[in-house]
Design a protein around this ligand. Sequence first.
Ligand code: PLP
Length: 413
Amino acid sequence: MSEKKHYGFTTTILHNDRRKAIEQGSLHKPIHTSVAFGYNDARQLASVFQGKEPGFRYGRQGNPTVSALEDKITKMEDGVSSLCFGTGMAAIGALFQALLREGDHIVSSSFLFGNTNSLWQTVAGQGVEVDFVDATDVANVEAVLKENTRLVFVETIANPRTQVADLARIGELCRARGILYVVDNTMTTPYLFRPKAVGAGLVVNSLTKSIAGHGIALGGALTDTGLFDWSAFPNIAANFRKQPPAAQGMAQLRAKALRDFGAALGPEAAHHIAVGAETLALRMERTCANALALAQMLEADERVSAVHYPGLPSHPQHGLSTELFRAAGSLLSFELRADIDPFDYLNRLNLAIPASNLGDTRTLVIPVAHTIFFEMGAERRASMGIAESLIRVSVGIEDADDLLEDFRVALDV
Ligand SMILES: *Cc1c(COP(=O)(O)O)cnc(C)c1O
């Protein structure tokens, strides 16, 4: 089979596995459930352990099915290598476990997925200083940078209030200062946006969400884009310095975060995610179109007091979103007029399901302040721009007419 250099996004995902040596010409990478990998020559086992030749050692540190998915994600992000984890949070936690030390400083957007916000609070209690800033303006990031700033972390479109980070300018700033730039691409997915284009060194994806799309498997990934100079990163341990500079970050992440902390992705989950990813582009086209139509309908209704969706011209970062992303994503949030009880409203919906996930094929709704952002308290919610009545909608692939009617009819009391 001759290799053409540049296939399109979906073609690449569909045909990636079978371009490798694959058992019985199987079209999908098989699910390898074996934890151990046997070698006929004990010297070969030793040389695999010493990293002198490729091969698998033990399931926690790598598995052929997971490795095929890692390769697929690397292609999707146009990176140089990826590591998969049991969840998206494990991938983010790996940054702390493998790359940060006591006395380091990090900068994070204050507009964040709730559990990432909670993780940074934990980190702050363990000797790493964390500054939260409004990352929609690069000036706020620049203002808090220090000598010991090791990384800057932002989400592309923030979950759930949809603020768009000043992605390109933060990338320029990080490059100029030699700081690792980590972008959580979960909300946009590599189909709508590649953080490599704005200078990200590492990309986070929760595979649980749109990449899998079906809501039947958890997973997360880190992708090294090849843009960050690991030889200048002070926290690489001596034994990983023996690797070529480009491979040092991922080598340390694989050993310290995956091997030592053990948040490995299982082969069955990897298989489910790989199958789901094949239709990512198709689903994103549909969910983004549905989300835009729903956002427009809600915004035009006087019973809705606010709609947050970067695809609307009224969104503060609409220009940025249009410039950077292929479409404005499948997630929106909105607030009802004060006299409409949000719980009663959600209970009147027939199609949209009250549930905590996003990027599912089905439309899911959640009253944010009372669920996923409950634990942090009202003050922190307010600082993140989250109204007590905010409803988050993860828009699915339902027929647009059905979806719009569901949200419209429920407004009639
Ligand atoms: C869901 C989510 C995560 C965490 O992913 P899990 O797979 O649920 O652990 C991280 N970042 C963002 C933006 C998310 O939406």
